[in-house]
Design a protein. Structure first.
Length: 404
């Protein structure tokens, strides 16, 4: 049985290919790759990769036993490349993978930037929240392809005035160009379709800790109800967030839960639903204060909003329902295959409504925990403990909450 070779072609300059890659290409009968990778090789059967991946997989499956086949890929085939797709879809094959120099590796070397602690992402055919990535990483490399100008505009529009940006175009080719500066310096530039960015963010996060329970005084407050930090901590623990959770915060108030969910579910998305216009502005202000750009506030009636939004949450926090508890629980149940719901209640009637609603609708693992918090207050040389309202934290699940 012949091997199927997956070869990283590096950044483009053929002199950067490994000796082994050159030898394997010479020995192969068939080369499969992008036009710029295969056009210069003579006396080979060549198949250009376009929008024909299923046809290419079929060809490899039918010919791998009789022909020596190499798939040539940009950079390194296993960094946002074709390598994993080929391995997953070509059946009963023996693979040999020959790595190439990735564009990020080349770019970091050119700029003299260590990259062992760099987050690497791609906006080439992917929907990434750029602002959230910048907020969560000191060093960020992005494969931007044709989207470089749009990425720089998003950085500029979201007020990242002091992140430093490197843009590498046509790396390793004769027309290679590396441009550096702040977003305001680069926003009107035009860039090649073959571009890579490195973004350096030396700003300190407003809240550095990974545990829940941001101090109340760190939030902008106003005259809007707020889930207090101790209750918030327990509620967040009951939500059992994943890094990529999609969260609904119903009745977001000041946005304290929205913000904390955004910080924890940093690769997910958080939607705060709020009908009070002052609370909407407070939530937006606190989102900006903490730099959680994976959060969005939706103003209006929560029940109608969650009915109409084309998003399926995996976690739902309910801090206020406007009298629509049962209807909201029904909509969430019908909308979601796998979901965890956490509800905060103070009034006895709301506790009953939440528990019976979860039970009657069909949620599983229903739980009710009461949280009573007292805080110290100085009284001369002594401390008095001042009790706050007891809050009941009620939760229920549908499906497998370890899945999205």
């Amino acid at each position: 049985m012949n091997k199927v070779y997956i070869i990283g072609m590096g950044t483009g300059d053929e002199s950067l290919l490994t000796f082994k890659a050159v030898k394997v290409i010479e020995d192969c009968d068939v080369l499969i790759g992008g036009k710029r990778h295969i056009e210069n090789f003579k006396n080979k059967e060549k198949i250009e990769i376009k929008n024909n991946l299923s046809d290419i997989v079929k060809y490899i499956n039918e010919n791998k036993d009789t022909k020596k086949i190499a798939v040539l890929a940009s950079g390194d085939p296993f960094m946002y490349g074709i390598g994993s797709y080929i391995i997953k879809n070509v059946k009963n094959a023996v693979f040999e993978n020959i790595s190439g120099i990735s564009s990020v590796q080349y770019m970091a070397g050119k700029c003299g930037i260590p990259w062992q602690d760099m987050y690497i992402g791609s906006v080439h055919g992917r929907n990434e929240n750029i602002s959230s990535l910048i907020s969560n990483h000191k060093k960020l490399a992005l494969l931007t392809a044709k989207n470089t100008k749009e990425v720089i505009k998003e950085i500029y529009d979201n007020g990242f005035d002091d992140v430093y940006i490197y843009v590498g175009e046509n790396l390793s080719y004769d027309n290679e160009r590396i441009t550096a500066g702040f977003a305001e310096d680069l926003i009107y530039n035009e860039f090649s379709d073959l571009s890579v960015m490195i973004i350096l963010n030396n700003n300190e996060k407003p809240y550095k800790f990974i545990s829940g329970g941001i101090p109340d005084e760190m939030f902008k407050r106003g005259n809007v109800p707020m889930t207090k930090e101790e209750v918030r901590s327990v509620s967040l623990s009951k939500l059992k967030l994943l890094e990529d959770s999609i969260v609904f915060d119903i009745g977001s108030g000041t946005g304290s839960v929205t913000v904390e969910c955004g910080l924890m579910a940093k690769f997910g998305k958080v939607y705060g639903f709020e009908k009070n216009s002052e609370a909407v502005e407070l939530t937006k202000s606190n989102i900006k204060r903490f730099g959680v750009y994976n959060c969005e506030v939706i103003e209006g009636d929560a029940l109608e909003s969650i009915k109409n939004i084309d998003v399926v949450p995996s976690r739902v926090f309910i801090g206020g329902t406007g009298g629509n508890m049962n209807d909201i629980l029904n909509v969430i149940y019908d909308k979601c295959q796998n979901v965890k719901v956490v509800i905060n209640c103070i009034a006895v009637e709301s506790i009953y409504e939440a528990l019976k609603g979860l039970e009657n609708i069909g949620y599983n693992n229903i739980e009710c925990v009461s949280v009573s918090v007292s805080r110290n207050k100085k009284a001369g040389s002594k401390n008095m403990m001042i009790g706050q309202n007891t809050v009941y934290i009620i939760s229920g699940e549908k499906g497998d909450i370890s899945e999205r």
